[in-house]
Ligand binder design. Structure first.
Ligand code: PMP
Length: 404
């Protein structure tokens, strides 16, 4: 048994739960787009920690921001203000065009924050009876795993055994604006949507879908809340995936890459009409808006502004997609996604995407399968063309060997 097996076995002895059966690898070090396992083998990171590592592992500027801030002041809690938070709020509101921002920590926490704001907005501003406000989400969504959020999920596995769920949680098909219009009632507070579904299988809705949803929401006085935890900050070839449709949502949820792959930082952004339903003490978090996270997120925003990494994501994503498409692989049903969030749907009669992930791992590409027998290709946005082309060759070669 190698050292990798040792670490895996030790983890399994005490680990609480795993999203997935683990792949037979244990990572020890990361730099840029590369990961090294405990045995010193190198892998290309094609997961980017579900898009959280968009700037690569150990980006020097993010590390410096983290270290400088950690030495100066890491945590004050919400009991006190800190001097990094106002800067972060100003830059976030300026860049994304909102009046208010509320930083929290993980993606699910920002989604919960958005849902709480939407419900209280419906009650206090829209005039919906107390505790009656409804939230509409989409089939195939992934917004996290709290009880409220899995109450919105269509996945039996996420839901089974975890109820009862809060009332007023509803679901409609994704990509169908008419279904949204039909589902809205006077009690509807918000429509929560991923502009491109990530965990649901990298699903891109028809062009104009989000714009039509925004129009419907405006007509019916329903908040459009975009969960851009995975799609935001350049990943899909625009600063926000909403930008593909020219939509500015009423509420924006950011996470993952906002923390630069170094620590959890998420945020809910909205205008005053929505955010100001929170009164002091209504909502909070010990770590939300902490100086350390704020300093790193500020540097992330600076990198976004200076380098427009979405342009690179768009160009390289196109390049990767067209190479994969040109290979005309018989086992591939569909290649989906935008920018550097790409999913290859594999014919399940030919191979399981999970087994393809294992083969890719053995060939030096670290990625996982997702819903719908899909292989995910989502490298850090800093990947260079030669590395991307090499990885495309390996993926094509691996899929070609499956026949079909
Ligand atoms: N929303 C979306 C769209 C996500 O992809 C995820 C995580 N995969 C989440 C929310 C939850 O984020 P976290 O795991 O940080 O709670």
């Amino acid at each position: 048994l190698g050292p990798g097996s040792y670490w895996l076995r030790e983890k399994e002895r005490h680990f609480g739960a795993s999203n997935y059966a683990p792949l037979p690898v244990v990572f020890h070090r990361g730099e840029g787009v590369w990961l090294w396992d405990v045995e010193g083998r190198r892998y290309l990171d094609m997961m980017s920690a579900y898009s959280a590592v968009s700037f690569g592992h150990g980006h020097p500027r993010l590390l410096r921001a983290l270290e400088d801030q950690a030495r100066r002041l890491a945590l004050t809690s919400r009991a006190f203000s800190n001097d990094r938070l106002p800067l972060l709020l100003e830059r976030m509101c300026g860049l994304f065009g909102f009046e208010r921002a509320l930083p929290v920590n993980t993606g699910l926490e920002a989604v919960e924050t958005a849902l709480k704001a939407a419900r209280k907005w419906a009650y206090t501003v829209k005039g919906v009876a107390a505790d009656k406000a409804e939230i509409i989400a989409c089939d195939g969504n992934f917004h996290g795993r709290s009880i409220t959020i899995v109450g919105l999920s269509a996945s039996e596995q996420y839901r089974d055994g975890f109820g009862p769920f809060p009332p007023g949680l509803r679901r409609i098909p994704f990509g169908d604006a008419a279904a949204l219009e039909a589902a809205i009632t006077p009690e509807t507070a918000a429509f929560l949507v991923e502009p491109i579904q990530g965990e649901g299988g990298i699903i891109v809705p028809p062009a104009g879908y989000l714009a039509r949803c925004a129009e419907i929401c405006r007509q019916h006085r329903v908040l459009l809340i975009a969960d851009e935890v995975q799609t935001g900050l350049g990943r899909t070839g625009r600063l926000l995936a909403c930008d593909h449709d020219g939509v500015r949502p009423d509420g924006l949820i950011l996470g993952k890459a906002l923390g630069g792959g170094l620590l959890p930082v998420s945020a809910f952004l909205a205008d005053r009409e929505v955010m100001d339903v929170f009164h002091p003490g209504d909502h909070g978090s010990t770590f939300g808006g902490n100086p350390l996270g704020a300093a790193v997120a500020l540097e992330v925003l600076a990198l976004l502004i200076e380098h427009s990494p979405w342009e690179r994501a768009e160009r390289l994503g196109e390049r990767l997609r067209s190479r994969l498409e040109a290979a005309r692989l018989p086992c591939v049903r569909e290649i989906r996604g935008r920018g550097l969030l790409i999913g290859i749907a594999i014919d399940p009669d030919i191979a399981s995407a999970a087994s393809v992930a294992e083969t890719l791992l053995a060939r030096g590409i670290a990625t996982r399968d997702t819903t719908g027998n899909v292989i995910r290709l989502a490298p850090p946005l800093i990947i260079d063309e030669a590395t991307l082309d090499d990885s495309a060759d390996t993926v094509i070669d691996t899929l070609a060997a499956l026949g079909g």
